[in-house]
Design a protein around this ligand. Structure first.
Ligand code: 7TS
Length: 404
């Protein structure tokens, strides 16, 4: 059985009070809190192991390298990639997508080509593609969305052409919580020989991920959204695709031989990992993935789905409550608006009650425009949130509604 109270004991920050009120942290879409195990792994490595990886014959360097490479294997297992060659460590989802947009642009995009993204992307899965399109004279095309907040997949047929070089789509919307049918999207794109990138920033913390089953060609996520440290993330890529792409940054680690005349590049995945990696963070990320694996991603998913169902049911009791999107499959994210109370006022007043939510456009301005709004308040849940916390949120919203 999933024991949330026991889980909460692993997260010291949850015992904090904010303005004299117990913290209710519902901004997990932005970043999650860290369990003791993760922080202790970092402290332990800095205190007892620290040395640069991949370059020392000495004991500590070997040990740090072993931890770093074992972390790659942990990531591989966690998303069920075929090989650790397919696991590139980056600084996060944003860097993963920038890496891919740049290198894929260099390798295979020319004037008149097209890149397809969806209407519900985070800026980090729009702007890098836009930048690449501008450089290459290519064009961005957009999968439209229904009023319920689901992608219009019937439009895919006409959007995917012989000029389409890649389709990029988020697994879960960070605003609406929509879980996109990425497996179907991948199949449709593959029928036309088009590779697919899935932005897994908002799915990895909430559900089991199996990249071989999804059959996506690329998959990106951030460590800090899945209980790991900041500054580390992953780009998964199928080996045959990564082999086709040129390096991203130049420097140490990514080379085999360097002379002033010619440099040869290292094998996968090191070709994409110039410079000293954040090897303490990769180890801590693996610790976080081990932590959620021990709890069971299936259990976490079931627990959070029930929490989200409960939250929607309770929030809908509030007069004037509008919840954005009505997707058939929703993950642990709820964007809302109450009457004409500005989302910033809502967020600020909830904060005074110790409740942390996010407000604004959530780095998805095109989606805001599609919804005809400037922003929302957003509650997003994690494995340590409780129904009691949702009751506190709903009481808080109710109190604020009465003030206005
Ligand atoms: N993709 C999605 C779907 C996201 O939700 C985010 C961050 C990113 C990419 C970028 O991740 P990063 O770790 O590289 O910054 N989303 C949010 C959010 O919803 N609130 O704060 C950050």
């Amino acid at each position: 059985m999933y024991d949330v109270n026991k889980v909460r004991e692993d997260f010291p920050i949850l015992a904090r009070e904010i303005y004299g009120k117990p913290l209710v942290y519902l901004d997990n879409g932005a970043t999650t809190q860290k369990p003791r195990q993760v922080v202790e792994a970092m402290v332990d490595e800095y205190y007892n192991v620290n040395a640069n990886v991949h370059r020392g014959v000495h004991f500590l360097s070997q040990q740090a390298t072993d931890l770093h490479e074992a972390s790659r294997e942990t990531v591989r297992r966690f998303i069920n990639a075929r090989s650790t060659s397919e696991i590139v460590f980056t600084r996060g989802t944003t860097e993963s997508i920038n890496l891919l947009a740049f290198t894929l642009g260099e390798a295979m995009v020319s004037e008149g080509d097209e890149v397809v993204v969806s209407a519900m992307e985070h800026h980090s899965n729009i702007v890098p593609w836009q930048m690449m399109c501008e450089r290459k004279g290519a064009r961005l095309r957009v999968i439209p969305m229904t009023d319920k907040g689901e992608l219009q997949l019937d439009a895919l047929e006409s959007l995917l052409t012989e000029r389409t070089r890649i389709l990029c789509c988020t697994h879960v919307s960070n605003v609406l919580g929509t879980v996109n049918p990425v497996k179907d999207i991948v199949r449709t794109a593959h029928d036309r020989g088009i590779p697919v990138l899935i932005d897994g920033a908002q799915s990895v913390p909430h559900m089991p991920i199996n990249v071989q089953e999804l059959d996506c060609d690329f998959f990106a996520f951030s460590g800090h959204k899945v209980y790991g440290p900041t500054g580390v993330g992953v780009l998964y890529g199928k080996e045959e695709w990564l082999e086709k792409l040129p390096p991203y940054q130049g420097g140490g680690e990514m080379i085999k031989n360097v002379s002033f005349e010619k440099t040869t590049y290292n094998e996968l995945p090191y070709k994409f990992e110039a410079g000293t990696p954040d090897y303490v963070a990769t180890h801590a990320l693996a610790t976080a993935l081990d932590y959620v694996t021990r709890l069971g991603m299936d259990n976490i998913e079931a627990y959070e789905r029930e929490l989200t169902r409960y939250a929607i049911e309770q929030m809908q009791q509030v007069d004037g409550m509008h919840i954005f999107g009505e997707p058939q499959e929703r993950d642990a994210v709820i964007s809302f608006q109450v009457g004409d109370i500005h989302h910033l006022d809502m967020g600020t007043l909830l904060d005074r009650l110790g409740i942390a939510v996010r407000t604004g456009h959530h780095c998805a301005e095109p989606l805001m425009r599609r919804l005809g709004i400037e922003g929302t308040a957003r509650a997003s849940f994690a494995l340590y949130n409780t129904k009691q916390e949702i009751d506190v949120l709903v009481e808080g919203i109710e109190r604020i509604r009465k003030m206005f």
